[in-house]
Write a protein that binds this ligand. Structure first.
Ligand SMILES: [Mg+2]
Length: 272
C-alpha cells in the first residue's frame, strides 16, 4: 500500500527543470516555496535535466539567480552525462551535431569533437571503430543535411548516442525543441537504434545517485513520464509526475504520485 504523500519521509529531492520547477528559466507557480520546504525539512536538493543548451555552470547560475538554486546543489545536464559516459565507454573521437555547451563538455572529457562533415568523413570513419561515435543533441544549428549525414553514418554501424527521445520541452507559451525531435527526423530516413544516455538511462541514474549526498530515500519530481519516472524507477525512488492534464500513460514507467503542479495537492496514483 502506498502511503499518502509526505515530504518529510525523504532524505533527497531530485527535480527535473523544464515543466517541473521552471519554464523558460522562470519559476513556475509554487516551485520556489516547494523547493524551500524541502530544504527546511533537511532534504538534499538535486536538479537533473536532459537539456543540453547550457553548461552545468550556467544552469547553476540561472537557478541561483531565480531563487530556486543554492550554492552547493547538484546540477546534472544531458550534456554532462553524455560527455562523461562517452569517455567511460572509451570513445576518443566523435562526430557531433550538438549545442556548443555540450560540445565543450564532451571535449573537456578528452574526446575529440568533429562537426558533421559536408561529404564522406575522412580516415577512420569508413567502418565502425570502438573509439568512434556519433552524438546528436538539441542543436539549433542542425540542418536537413547534417541530420541526414549523422543518420547515414549510423546506418553504417557507427554507434549513435543521444540525450533524449522526448521531442521537446514545455517553455513559456510554447515548446522548446529537444534532441528527440532531431532523432525522430533521422529515424524517418534510416532504421537506426540510438543509445539514450540522458534520462531515463541507467548511466544518467548512476550520475544522479553519485550526487545525492545521502543514502536515504529519494523522491523524484518531473513532468516527463518516460524520462523522469524512468529515472525514479532506476533510483528505487518514489516518482511524482507533474501532469497538468492529469493524463498518465499505461505504457511508460508508473508514477507513485501525481499532481497538476508543485502548487497543487500530490495524490497517490491509482491505476485506471
Ligand atoms: Mg521536463
Amino acid at each position: 500500500m502506498t502511503e499518502p504523500f509526505d515530504l518529510s519521509r525523504y532524505a533527497a529531492a531530485v527535480f527535473d527543470l523544464d515543466g517541473t520547477v521552471w519554464l523558460s528559466e522562470q519559476p513556475v507557480p509554487g516551485a520556489l516555496d516547494f523547493v524551500a520546504r524541502c530544504r527546511e525539512l533537511g532534504l538534499t536538493v538535486t536538479f537533473a535535466t536532459n537539456a543540453t543548451a547550457f553548461s552545468v555552470e550556467r544552469i547553476t547560475e540561472l537557478l541561483i539567480e531565480c531563487g530556486l538554486g543554492r550554492e552547493g546543489d547538484a546540477v546534472i545536464t544531458g550534456g554532462s552525462v553524455v560527455a562523461r559516459s562517452l569517455a567511460a565507454l572509451g570513445v576518443r573521437e566523435a562526430i557531433a551535431e550538438v549545442p556548443p555547451a555540450m560540445a565543450a563538455a564532451i571535449a573537456a572529457e578528452g574526446v575529440e569533437v568533429h562537426a558533421v562533415p559536408d561529404s564522406a568523413p575522412g580516415d577512420g570513419w569508413a567502418a565502425p571503430a570502438p573509439d568512434h561515435a556519433l552524438v546528436l543533441g538539441a542543436s539549433r544549428a542542425a540542418t536537413f543535411g547534417s541530420v541526414e549525414r549523422i543518420g547515414h553514418l549510423a546506418s553504417m554501424g557507427h554507434p549513435l548516442y543521444v540525450t533524449s527521445l522526448d521531442p521537446g520541452y514545455p517553455a513559456l507559451g510554447r515548446m522548446e525543441p529537444g534532441g528527440g525531435m532531431l532523432v525522430a527526423a533521422l529515424r524517418a530516413l534510416y532504421e537506426v537504434e540510438p543509445y539514450v544516455l540522458g534520462k531515463p538511462s541507467r548511466e544518467y541514474a548512476d550520475v544522479v545517485r553519485s550526487q545525492l549526498r545521502t543514502d536515504g530515500s529519494v523522491v523524484m519530481f518531473g513532468d516527463s513520464q518516460r524520462a523522469d519516472m524512468g529515472i525514479a524507477e532506476h533510483l528505487g525512488a518514489d516518482g511524482v509526475l507533474i501532469a497538468p492534464t492529469g493524463r498518465v500513460r499505461g505504457d511508460q514507467s508508473r508514477p507513485t504520485y501525481v499532481t497538476t503542479g508543485l502548487d497543487a495537492e500530490i495524490r497517490i496514483h491509482e491505476e485506471a
